[in-house]
Design a protein around this ligand. Structure first.
Ligand code: 1JT
Length: 262
């Protein structure tokens, strides 16, 4: 499956927490397409999982950077490290990060606390803008860049239990559009991949998640769930010049589920 579509390009991926993370599938696909990648991880608790992923990649010398995206100083430092490793340039930024307290992903949205709301917005939505801003000087050295983030249908429509994350994803998707409008003149494209449900570490333990997977398999036009690798191949497309005319877009990788009205 190796191809040279992204040979000579550099990418920085945020959000590998576990081998099941969509960010891991994206890392594997970008690696297979020949991109040099760096990985940011949240805390030392994730480091062993990140190293496990790196062991499966075709490249060695993958810069690993600890970065809590709620801390501007850590973001600045992470991009300094990656800029140093990649000769001052960057071509792609992958944002695959979200957070909500478990109690905010069931019951009534109306019960959401101020603190839970602000934390989810900070980690899930604001961080895209913060990371993109730090990536800009490196993109400029490359003559442009491709930013991508991960979202879910619950950010466009009311989906039971998605609750606070839906509100955070709505802010994230609108951030994609405002960033795309601002940064197009610098040849920086900003897009989102709206993935169908996948049994990742984050999704495990979410109330009724198995039912969501079942509904998808029964009702989606393709009558199946999506594979993480299908998110990965879409990321390769968005990082490549094949998508040079696409910005501010939300691409649904969901077996067609979002077109349904019932
Ligand atoms: C987070 C979690 C963000 C789970 C997520 C997520 N985006 C999608 N999922 C899976 C999911 C979750 C629910 C759902 C459908 C899909 C876990 C905590 C961190 C942020 O309900 C319809 C609740």
């Amino acid at each position: 499956m190796t191809n040279g579509l992204l040979q000579g390009r550099f990418g920085f991926i945020f959000g590998v927490a576990h081998k099941s993370s969509l960010a891991s599938a994206i890392a594997r696909s970008l690696d297979q397409a020949g991109m040099r990648i760096a990985l940011a991880y949240q805390s030392d608790r994730q480091l062993r999982n990140v190293e496990q992923l790196v062991g499966t990649l075709s490249q060695d010398d993958v810069p690993l950077v600890q970065c809590d995206v709620s801390d501007d100083a850590q973001i600045e430092k992470a991009f300094a490290v990656v800029g140093e490793a990649f000769g001052g340039r960057l071509d792609a930024l992958v944002h695959s990060i979200a957070f909500a307290n478990r109690e905010d992903l069931s019951g009534g949205f109306w019960e959401t606390s101020r603190q839970g709301y602000l934390l989810s917005q900070d980690i899930s939505a604001y961080s895209l803008t913060a990371l993109t801003r730090e990536a800009l000087p490196l993109f400029d050295e490359s003559g442009g860049g491709s930013v991508m983030t991960l979202t879910y249908l619950g950010g466009e429509r009311v989906i039971r239990n998605y609750n606070l994350m839906g509100v955070s994803k709505a802010a994230l998707e609108m951030s994609v559009r405002y960033l795309a409008a601002d940064l197009g003149s610098r040849n920086v494209r900003v897009n989102a991949i709206s993935a169908g449900p996948v049994k990742t570490l984050s999704a495990r333990g979410v109330a009724g998640f198995t039912g969501i997977l079942d509904t998808m398999r029964e009702q989606a036009p393709l009558r199946r769930n999506i594979e993480p690798s299908e998110v990965g191949s879409t990321a390769v497309f968005l990082a490549s010049d094949l998508s040079s005319g696409i910005t501010g877009e939300v691409i649904h990788v969901d077996a067609g589920y979002h077109i349904l009205g019932n």
